[in-house]
Structure formats: structure tokens, C-alpha cells
Write a protein that binds this ligand. Structure first.
Ligand code: HEC
Length: 133
């Protein structure tokens, strides 16, 4: 392999990691501009697993309700039954690479699970946790 081919291969290998890191740092900067402090993976994990009671049905809801307890495995949507690809970036390279997608699902999933939108601090903590998986 010549130098140029090695250079191109290295670049291609680096792309998935670059996009994930850049999506996360863009979001972290946004959340900090909205008043969030330092982010904590431990706080993110605690929120991810915390159970909330839905006021209408009285049923428990949490992020693992759909994404399952083992984030390297496929999850299942609790209402539609659709399979959800693994959430851990180590098991699914598409995860945490698209700012728009992350924002959209944070809105939907926080509203459904917590009954309200997540704060900037909570979203940063959740990302700090998820990116370690
Ligand atoms: C009612 C089912 C359900 C619950 C509960 C749920 N999610 Fe999701 N989540 C989904 C679906 C469906 C998608 C989009 C499909 C996909 O990406 O595989 C998704 C995608 C996401 C994504 C996009 C990630 C990416 O980059 O691809 C994030 C972030 C996320 N969820 C976070 C959360 C958090 C945080 C909670 C708990 C507050 C949560 N989810 C609870 C169903 C759920």
C-alpha cells in the first residue's frame, strides 16, 4: 500500500468517530449556552434508569422501557412493538452522530417518559452517559 492509500484508509476509519464526537460537542456547547454546568455520566445513568409514573395510566415509564436494560442489545417500542436498534455507540455506529435526530428524540422521549421536556443539564448528562457505552 502506498502512502496515499494509507492516508485515505486512515481518514475513512476516522469518520464515524469524528462525526459522533462533533455531534456531541456541538450539543454540549448548546446546552452550556443554555445554562448547564459540567456534565456527569453518573447523573445521566441515574436519569436513564429512573422510573416515572405516568399520570394517566398509572404505569411506570423509563428510558429502558423501550431501549431495554442492556443497551448493546436491540430494544422494542413498548407501544408499536417495533424493533429499536441498540443504543450503545459501541454496538451501533450510527448512534449519536446526527444532531437533528438526537434533538428530535430527546424531545419526544423525555415528554413520553418524564411527562415533560428534559433540561439542558439533563440532556448533557444523558449524552455523557450514553457516549461511554
Ligand atoms: C416509547 C419508547 C421509547 C422510550 C420510552 C424512549 N425512547 Fe429513545 N427512542 C425511541 C425510538 C423509537 C427512537 C428512534 C428509533 C431509533 O433511533 O432506533 C429513539 C431514539 C432515541 C435517541 C436517538 C439516538 C441516536 O443518535 O440515534 C435518543 C438520544 C434517545 N432515544 C434517548 C432516549 C431517552 C433519554 C429516553 C428516556 C428519557 C428514551 N429515549 C426513552 C423510543 C423510545
Amino acid at each position: 500500500m502506498n502512502i496515499r492509500a494509507i492516508g485515505i484508509t486512515t481518514l475513512l476509519l476516522a469518520i464515524p468517530f469524528c462525526t459522533q464526537a462533533s455531534a456531541i460537542s456541538e450539543l454540549e456547547a448548546t446546552y452550556q449556552s443554555q445554562g448547564a454546568g459540567a456534565f456527569s455520566a453518573a447523573a445521566g445513568k441515574a436519569l436513564w434508569t429512573k422510573e416515572f409514573i405516568d399520570t394517566k395510566s398509572g404505569k411506570k415509564r423509563s428510558c429502558p422501557t423501550c431501549h431495554t436494560a442492556d443497551l448493546t442489545k436491540e430494544g422494542q417500542h413498548t407501544r408499536t412493538g417495533k424493533v429499536i436498534k441498540p443504543m450503545a455507540p459501541s454496538a451501533n455506529q450510527q448512534r449519536l452522530t446526527q444532531v437533528k435526530k438526537i434533538k428530535k428524540w430527546f424531545v419526544r422521549n423525555c415528554k413520553w417518559t418524564l411527562g415533560r421536556e428534559c433540561t439542558a443539564q439533563e440532556k448533557g448528562d444523558l449524552l455523557a452517559f450514553l457516549k461511554t457505552l
